[in-house]
Design a protein around this ligand. Structure first.
Ligand code: NDP
Length: 494
């Protein structure tokens, strides 16, 4: 008998694991009372004279006041971008690249400051903003810096030229990452930009404005106007904007597309999703459980490509659901700045209400809910991780984007049925396939009407990999060489 066997108790006793709080310090963030608009390389008071508070959604405390850009402010920002256009596009690509490398390096150097502020203003767990959002944002600037002096190699049969001024509107779920997805390719291609962050999460974009000053970009190459939807609408409608890039809801995407029809402006839309995560009976089930959890509970489910519909092969339904329930019980919901937190705060009261309304519809329509026992903080906006079984394809929770920590579980019997159910949605942003058979992965991937298909993993992002939608998930691609194309006029060969 070995020592280990001798030492083992007859009945192993499971220790009750308690996590001590491990809060990240907020001291690294130096908040100002008020933030102006970033126009022409400077922070300016808004001509509108209006300001609005921005809060921490985990405790509803006001963090700062932010300027609300009116029409005149948007005008000034577009004019600043226009007047910088000749200088910026006149630089050799290798010079533009240097500025982008500087931004990337400054983001790496100040990553902790950005990550803490991202979690304070948006509610996402610090381990995500620290390990995902910030490294990926820096990686996008590095990646597109590399293309800036190689555009003619990226598009060898053409004469790539910048479009001019880009109006870019981004959402609240990945504020810094979306800013990087928009700005890096636009600048690398020689365009200048006016960026409009979401109303609830303006602070990291304004910190990025400081980095842009630090990197000494020509004034006006990047302008950042804060405000609500009306500011975004004024920006995309501005007659001197050449290209509009929008990420957000399908509803607003449709409005923008309608309004831009006939204007000659170039447009890319990255909109909502209702992705299927499909688990076959031969999948490594424990690994699939982790992938399913990551697919829907990452960033509280505020993810356009979230795996919000789980399609389970009937033979493994009971096993998978049981394991998911156990796993949900181990997720730690709470303080976004605690390094142990898995699920942070819901981004806003409005989003919390939307999630609540859709969950109520799931119950009314007869689905069965499961939520682990968890104590939610009293202040702030919170929603417990939620599973629904007994879901049919007609239920709203199977059709509509909930954009919260809520998973709808359906079943299938054959691969053909899985394909049909996965594609039975107006959206088409992403899909996940879990099986040990490579041939089945390829067979399924060919049939998925989704821009990204992950196999035996989920929510993997890389700046060199294009991302975008089918159907009502939008059009145009971000990331990779494809992500440069929407920012270029590809003339005939020289
Ligand atoms: P929106 O689509 O309204 O917001 C996205 C961005 O567009 C924000 O910067 C917003 O400003 C701005 N905006 C709003 N209206 C207009 C307009 N008419 N013209 C130009 N820009 C505009 O999303 P919401 O924040 O309202 O979220 C609603 C739902 O959208 C969510 O529940 C979720 O289902 C989905 N969503 C999807 C996202 C995705 O990545 N696919 C991202 C965010 C939301 P402001 O924030 O100030 O309103």
């Amino acid at each position: 008998m070995t020592d280990i066997e001798r030492a083992a108790p007859a009945q192993p006793v499971m220790p009750a694991w308690e996590y001590a709080a491990a809060p990240e310090s907020r001291d690294i963030v130096h908040l100002q009372d008020r933030y102006g608009l970033f126009v022409g390389g400077e922070f300016l008071e808004p001509k509108s004279g209006r300001w609005f508070p921005t809060i921490d959604p985990s405790n509803e405390e006001t963090l700062a006041e932010v300027a609300e850009a009116g029409d005149e402010d948007v005008d000034l920002a577009v004019a600043a971008a226009r007047s910088a256009a000749a200088t910026w596009q006149g630089l050799p690509g290798s010079e533009r690249a240097k500025y982008l490398y500087r931004i990337a390096r400054a983001l790496q150097e100040r990553a902790r400051e950005f990550a803490v502020l991202e979690s304070m203003n948006g509610g996402k767990p610090i381990k995500e903003s620290r390990d995902v959002d910030l490294p990926l944002a820096a990686a996008h600037f590095f990646y597109y810096a590399g293309w800036a002096d190689k555009l003619e190699y990226a598009f060898p049969a053409a004469t790539p030229r910048p479009l001019g001024v880009a109006g870019q509107v981004i959402p609240w779920n990945f504020p810094m990452l979306m800013a990087a997805w928009k700005l890096a390719p636009a600048l690398a291609a020689g365009n200048t930009s006016v960026l409009k962050p979401a109303e609830t999460t303006p602070l990291t974009a304004l910190l990025l404005a400081e980095v842009i000053q630090q990197a000494e970009l020509p004034p006006g190459a990047v302008n950042i106007v804060t405000g609500a939807g009306t500011t975004g609408a004024a920006l995309v409608a501005h007659p001197d904007v050449d290209k509009v890039a929008f990420t957000g809801s399908t509803e607003v995407g449709k409005i923008i597309r309608r309004n831009l029809a006939g204007t000659g402006k170039r447009l890319t839309l990255e909109l909502g999703g209702k992705a299927a995560n499909i688990v076959f009976e031969d999948a490594p089930i424990d690994q699939a459980v982790e992938g399913v959890v990551n697919g829907i509970f990452f960033n509280q489910g505020h993810v356009c490509c979230a795996g919000s519909r789980l399609l389970v092969h009937e033979p493994v339904f009971d096993e998978l659901v049981e394991k998911l329930q156990v796993r949900l019980g181990t997720l730690r919901v709470g303080d976004p700045l605690d390094k142990n937190t898995d699920v942070g705060a819901i981004n806003s009261r409005a989003q919390l209400e939307k999630i609540g309304e859709l969950v109520a519809s799931g119950l009314e329509e007869g689905a069965t809910i499961y939520q682990p026992e968890c104590v939610l903080p009293e202040r702030g906006f919170w929603f417990a991780p939620t599973l629904f079984t007994g879901v049919s394809q007609s239920h709203r929770i199977a059709r509509e984007e909930i954009f919260g920590p809520v998973l709808s579980i359906l079943t299938f019997r054959t691969p053909e049925e899985a394909v049909e159910k996965a594609n039975n949605t107006p959206y088409g942003l992403s899909a996940g396939i879990w099986t040990e058979k490579g041939s089945r992965i390829l067979w399924m991937a060919e049939r998925m009407r989704a821009g990204v298909v992950w196999a035996n993993t989920f929510n993997r992002f890389d700046p060199s990999s294009p991302f975008g939608g089918y159907k009502e998930s939008g059009f145009g691609r971000e990331g990779g060489r494809h992500g440069l194309e929407p920012y270029l006029e590809l003339g005939a060969p020289a």
